[in-house]
Ligand binder design. Structure first.
Ligand SMILES: Nc1ncnc2c1ncn2[C@@H]1O[C@H](COP(=O)(O)OP(=O)(O)OP(=O)(O)O)[C@@H](O)[C@H]1O
Ligand SMILES: [Mg+2]
Length: 145
């Protein structure tokens, strides 16, 4: 069980607990959801996503021409595409590698640094997850609309 703060944020007390939270979140995904992960370097975005991938039963990403920009996992309960906008120089670069097609393609989209480019690439119904450092080993995770 995770501790929940009065404001609804979840206290995550270790790296392993972050992965476990991701595994729990995976159960809520049916396909087509867009999740935007926001937080400083080392906030735990990749660990949370690793848990989601584990929970979906997604294995290693398939190699593709755009592998450095997106990791696609087709072997889990639902297909997933994992993006890291930190790796992209501009919104145009994302659009040029087919972002619009991903939005309508039915995969779950997991996007690190989703607030880059002023969040303009993210759809209205994005589920935002805000991660914050509380201490060396503690993070908070807040779900926002
Ligand atoms: N409670 C915690 N949850 C997640 N990671 C933690 C926690 N406590 C310590 N850590 C450490 O913080 C780091 C989190 O790294 P991670 O790559 O998940 O962050 P990130 O938000 O994806 O960073 P980046 O912006 O560089 O992609 C790891 O070194 C991990 O061991
Ligand atoms: Mg990361």
């Amino acid at each position: 069980m995770h501790k929940i703060f009065k404001n609804g944020s979840i206290l995550v007390s270790s790296e392993a607990a972050m992965v476990a939270l991701g595994r729990e979140m995976a159960a809520t995904l049916q396909g087509g959801e867009v999740l935007g992960f926001v937080g400083d370097l080392g906030a735990g975005k990749t660990h949370l996503i690793q848990g989601i991938l584990e929970g979906l039963g997604a294995g290693n990403p398939a190699a593709s021409p755009t592998f450095s920009l997106v990791h696609e996992h087709a072997d889990g309960r639902v297909p997933v595409a994992h993006f890291d906008f930190y790796r992209m120089k501009s919104a145009d670069e994302a659009l040029g590698m087919g972002w619009d097609e991903y939005l309508t393609g039915g995969s779950v989209l997991l996007v690190e640094w989703a607030d880059r480019f002023d969040g303009t690439l993210m759809p209205e119904d994005t589920r935002w997850l805000v991660l914050k450092h509380l201490s060396a080993t503690e993070r908070s995770v807040t779900l926002a609309e």
